[in-house]
Design a protein around this ligand. Structure first.
Ligand SMILES: *Cc1c(COP(=O)(O)O)cnc(C)c1O
Length: 402
């Protein structure tokens, strides 16, 4: 069976983890801090804090910004549930808007959705392809007079916060800048299936404009993710430095060194080995499948954007959701794992039961109904790529001729 997205764990990663285990320091410490520094150098943003997951990171940013009941946060319908769930956690309303041809949030729909209650927009770089950040900033600027700030932080920004869900897009490029450096704040995920993994984990990349001081905000979030305790465990190991204070009821969302150890090695290889391999797989799928007139190949590079090649979203022209599902069964029968990214949020019970209707999001539904995500991972061999493409081609043709 060809798996969908197994992790690539080799001796170098194992040795780095063992080094942490033997070092006597297993929770947040030197490796996590070094990993943060390396991410910042790689992305070119101001400061980066590692956290326990992207979900925790997104939620903490919303809470820091003061998002609560009566507030609205604009999210795309086409995303993983985490993007909207964090808004619900804060008691605010996720305002869902439909996507465009590239699977990303449509800026025109954002413009229509903004009102005086809108506090944050969470664009998602779906499948690793960056959103149109310049356009999103323009829309926010255009609607600036509607913004009604509550609290010091919102007054300081004087506009809607742009919080990028960059769970898929580490290393992707928009107008010569990397993600992490495109929105006010961006959040990466290092979950097991993401491009770069620490098993579980995430990072908050700060890139706030003047007059914010990103280093101060980093320091604040560092404490915020450790119960509001003003000295972390490492600082407390210094002789006589046992006493600490709690300056707010913070959360517990730090990343341990054992996991940062995996991330350090992954990041070392990311630009030179991991991304080129993923691009090779994308290019091969594209080259082979684009000769079939039923295939719609996803956009993953253009004059201003380069994807991080996270998910290959193949679409099959003019088929129904039922036909897509049968094709997927046929592919699995040929010992190849595929997937669907994503079920638009209004199809999920919780959101459906709370008044979101898929009929209001026709593009999301249309894309979801005929999409199949193909396996993309470091250890996928050329032979396996060929097995995948044959399984897909045969399954589609069997189904279309049945
Ligand atoms: C995976 C994912 C998340 C959540 O990441 P975690 O690190 O698992 O919390 C958020 N948004 C999107 C779009 C994702 O795919």
């Amino acid at each position: 069976m060809i798996q969908f997205s197994p992790p690539h764990i080799d001796k170098k990663i194992i040795d780095e983890v063992i080094d942490s285990l033997k070092s006597g320091w297993i929770t947040t410490g030197p490796k996590t801090k070094l990993f943060e520094k390396r991410i910042t150098e790689y992305c070119g943003n101001q400061n980066t804090l590692c956290v326990s997951s992207a979900t925790a990171g997104l939620e903490l940013v919303l809470r820091w910004f003061g998002v609560g009941p009566c507030d609205e946060v604009i999210v795309p319908t086409y995303t993983y549930c985490a993007t909207a769930n964090v808004v619900a956690h804060c008691g605010a309303k996720p305002v869902m808007v439909d996507i465009g041809e590239d699977f990303n949030i449509n800026t025109k729909n954002i413009l229509k959705a903004i009102n005086k209650n809108t506090k944050v927009i969470i664009p998602v770089d779906l499948a690793g392809f960056p959103c149109d950040y310049d356009e999103i900033y323009n829309v926010v600027e255009k609607k600036k007079s509607l913004f009604e700030p509550t609290g010091e932080i919102q007054k300081k920004l004087e506009r809607i916060l742009i919080l990028s869900d960059a769970a898929h897009s580490l290393g992707a490029v928009y107008k010569n800048k990397k993600t992490g450096n495109l929105a006010d704040i961006s959040v990466f995920s290092f979950h097991a299936v993401k491009n770069l993994t620490t098993a579980e984990g995430g990072a908050i990349a700060f890139n706030l404009p003047q007059p914010f001081n990103n280093e101060e905000i980093y320091n604040y979030f560092n404490i915020y993710t450790l119960h509001g305790q003003n000295k972390d465990a490492l600082a407390k190991t210094k002789i006589g430095n046992w006493k600490y204070d709690v300056i707010m009821p913070g959360y517990k969302a730090n990343m341990p060194d054992i996991l940062a150890a995996i991330g350090l090695i992954e990041l070392e290889r990311y630009e030179r080995e991991i991304l080129p391999k993923r691009k090779f797989i994308f290019d091969t799928y594209k080259n082979i499948l684009s000769s079939y007139n039923w295939a719609i190949i996803p956009e993953y590079e253009n004059g201003i954007k380069i994807s991080s090649y996270h998910v290959f979203l193949l679409r099959i022209k003019d088929i129904s959701e039922e036909t897509r599902d049968s094709i997927i069964s046929r592919i699995f029968e040929k010992q190849v794992s595929v997937n669907v990214h994503f079920q638009p949020l209004p199809l999920l019970s919780y959101y459906k039961n709370n008044g979101y209707n898929i009929n209001d999001y026709p593009i999301s539904y249309k894309k979801y109904a005929n999409v199949i995500s193909l396996p993309v991972y470091y250890n996928l061999s050329e032979e396996q790529i060929s097995v995948v493409t044959h399984a897909v081609i045969d399954s589609v043709e069997e189904e279309l001729n049945s």
